[in-house]
Design a protein around this ligand. Structure first.
Ligand SMILES: C[S@@+](CC[C@H](N)C(=O)[O-])C[C@H]1O[C@@H](n2cnc3c(N)ncnc32)[C@H](O)[C@@H]1O
Length: 237
């Protein structure tokens, strides 16, 4: 296990007060999970639990709980789970620590829950490449034969947008700067990698497309930082 990346995420969440909207991606659900629903809900069998993997402070998990019977928010950073439990106590979501690159942990979770659907936003794009294969294998275990994955990730092109925004000067994108302060690596991949990683674990893409991440951060001129994302709906092939 790459402990450095776990520690980086733990440090990121430790540094933030328990308050919504402070992370650059922590946008309102109306422009995030709720806006994504039409892209995947027809694929999610209603009797399966929904896992929000890499749930962070649980903003999107709580919104999903308004639409699905049972939602679990999972994140490998205990500090993220503490944020989620503090901010979303009334949402009816069960928050737990879980490392997506832990295939044995995924097997144990599948033994407990059976097949699940997965909502996952902004997790694979920043993961070290050597962990992505295990993450996809874990997803395949969790989905089983009946579940679907909705994954929405920063596109490789977002890397250039971020670089340009940072080069505007110290007043631009303060929340994005927090990400780099903790040695996290947004959009660290190439075109087609999302599909290739999933295919490596036998996951077939049934739908795909592009959406915009309406971030909580601002450029030097006060405009919102928007970032390109790609999404897929996938299942075991
Ligand atoms: C960019 S944030 C997105 C948070 C949330 N999905 C959202 O949209 O607000 C990525 C989250 O994934 C978590 N994460 C990263 N790698 C993970 C892994 N291997 N297993 C579980 N969580 C992970 C981080 O701790 C962080 O909270």
């Amino acid at each position: 296990m790459d402990r450095a990346v776990n520690a980086n995420w733990q440090g990121f969440w430790d540094d933030l007060p328990h308050e919504s909207g402070l992370a650059v991606w922590d946008s309102a659900p109306e422009v995030t999970a709720v806006a994504h629903l039409p892209l995947f809900e027809q694929h999610f069998a209603v009797d399966l639990p929904v896992l929000d993997i890499g749930c962070g402070n649980g903003t999107q998990s709580a919104a999903l709980a308004g639409h699905f019977e049972r939602v679990l928010g999972l994140d490998f950073a205990p500090s993220a789970i503490a944020h989620a439990q503090a901010l979303q106590a009334a949402a009816g979501v069960e928050f737990r620590t879980f490392d997506l690159a832990d295939v044995a942990g995924a097997r144990a979770l599948h033994a407990e829950l059976g097949d699940v659907n997965v909502y996952m936003r902004g997790v694979l794009h920043q993961m070290p490449d050597e962990r992505r294969g295990d993450a996809a294998a874990a997803l395949a275990v969790l989905l089983g034969n009946g579940g679907h994955l909705f994954a929405v990730e920063l596109s490789p092109a977002a890397g250039l947008t971020i670089k340009d925004a940072i080069s505007e000067g110290p007043s631009a994108v303060p929340k994005m700067r927090q990400v780099f302060k903790h040695n996290l690596t947004p959009a660290a991949w190439d075109e087609g990698k999302l599909e290739a990683v999933l295919a490596g674990a036998g996951l077939a893409v049934v739908e795909s497309g592009a959406v915009v991440l309406e971030s909580t951060d601002t450029l030097a001129n006060g405009d919102r930082l928007d970032l390109p994302m790609n999404y897929v709906v996938a299942r075991r092939g």
